[in-house]
Design a protein around this ligand. Sequence first.
Ligand code: HEM
Ligand SMILES: [Cu+2]
Length: 492
Amino acid sequence: MSSFVKNELNSKNGMISTYLLIGGVVIALMMVFGILMLLAQGGVLDLSPAAFYQFLTIHGTGMVGAAAFAAAGVMWYFLRQHVTLSEKIFKVNMVLFLIGVLMVIVGVFSFEYASAWTFLYPLPALSANAWGTVGALLYLFGMLILGVGFLLLYIDTGRAIIKKFGSLGKGLGWDVISGKKAEKDAPSPTVVASTMVTIVNVTALTAGATVLIMNIINVINPAFTFDPLLAKNLTYAFGHIFANSIIYMGVIVVYELLSKYTGRPWKSNRIFLIAWTMSTTFTLLIYTHHMLMDSVMPKWMLIMGQALSYANGLPVLVITAYGALMIVYKSGIKWDMASGLAFLSMFGWTVGVVPAIIDATIVVNHVMHNTKWVPGHFHMYMGLGAVVMLFSFMYYLAKVDSNLKTNGLDKFAFFAYTLAMIAVSVQFLVSGALSTPRRWATHFPEWMGPALFGGIAGILLVIATTIFIVHFVRYMRERGTGFGELEQKDVA
Ligand code: HEM
Ligand SMILES: [Cu+2]
């Protein structure tokens, strides 16, 4: 790589690494609240129910927000190698994120706001005095500000993709699917994934802003009410899609890294493009699986929600997991922290989707939905999939942008993280199988065992995560001393 390109890359890596550092640190802190919740449910920590629900709120909001924030940094890093993105907007999003997070934290901890991160109407206004107007407003405005930051970021990525490729459809490679353009000229996987995320998240964030504003008005003036079913639809259109988008941003790491490490390009072919278009559509539609208990919903929407939930991530997951295996197979790939974590994330994503597919079945859903089976599924695919993609990127950036070396401690952290995250997820699934309800501050003695086990495993997880972050902080202090790309000796 020419020194010009390299210097240009380095100057922007400062902001990108700040995104990753903020995301990583918040994730580690939120893990601590997760552990405290499990220890309370496990009967060894005396936590008032009010405090439990505050922890639940900050943990859910913080995890989704921080992982999405860091994942946006990853997407931005790779996407800007294809299109021209606005650095100013990247910075504005960071500032708005920090302001929003601060407001959310103050709302939750100083004003006892505890609606869970789903802030389902009319809960923000009607809390039976568990919290007041100020707490609700801080939380809702904080979320709105943070959401506006993300919205600006995706409007910018959309603008840049349209400018370079002509339309978002072309960013998804529709002209290749239709045969107007040759497969060899298809947009790269990074562009395809970024286009998908741009489409679904602009939709999600618009729905989210709408319902946040309606909630805000309702909190200020309770005489203003609106249809709770509409509110629930908008809320889950936001929450489901936005939380889902994290893995579609993170997976860019898998495409980029595995092809760099194996020296085999990961090209978009027609099947790849069709899979991404299918997952784009499904992701937009299937939030309706959160409405399966709402018998007043139009039946066709619930049937669609069920049918498509089976299929939701599957096209992309299958094409990516298969692609990952093929690209690695007999490639002589050299495993290090970054490539190892990228591969682990595919494992976590694949395994984590299985319980979700089981839960997406209406008959099972009626029994399982409000049990800890659900957090079991998403802790697996988020904790062992999406978040691992972020750590993979952190090790990759440290490797190419500094001459920092990894050591035995990092390797220990890799195995500790894997084991502990599996333990935390399986603990939830076991609780679900025991019919333990989710979101209950207090557990019967029969339910306590798995929670206690998870709480202890969680401590190992925080230690491992801290080791990842320490490595990244050491990189940030030596930033710019690397080659800018993998060196020849690292490529198979
Ligand atoms: C040490 C690791 C972790 C522990 C111990 C932990 C623990 C918990 C606990 C106890 C709950 C509440 C379960 C219940 O409903 O009773 C929960 C909910 C949740 N966790 Fe985690 N968690 C961890 C990591 C993560 C990660 C990595 C993510 C995502 C990136 C995440 C996202 C969430 C979300 C979205 C909820 C749902 C909140 C709600 O129901 O409103 N957690 N977690
Ligand atoms: Cu969902």
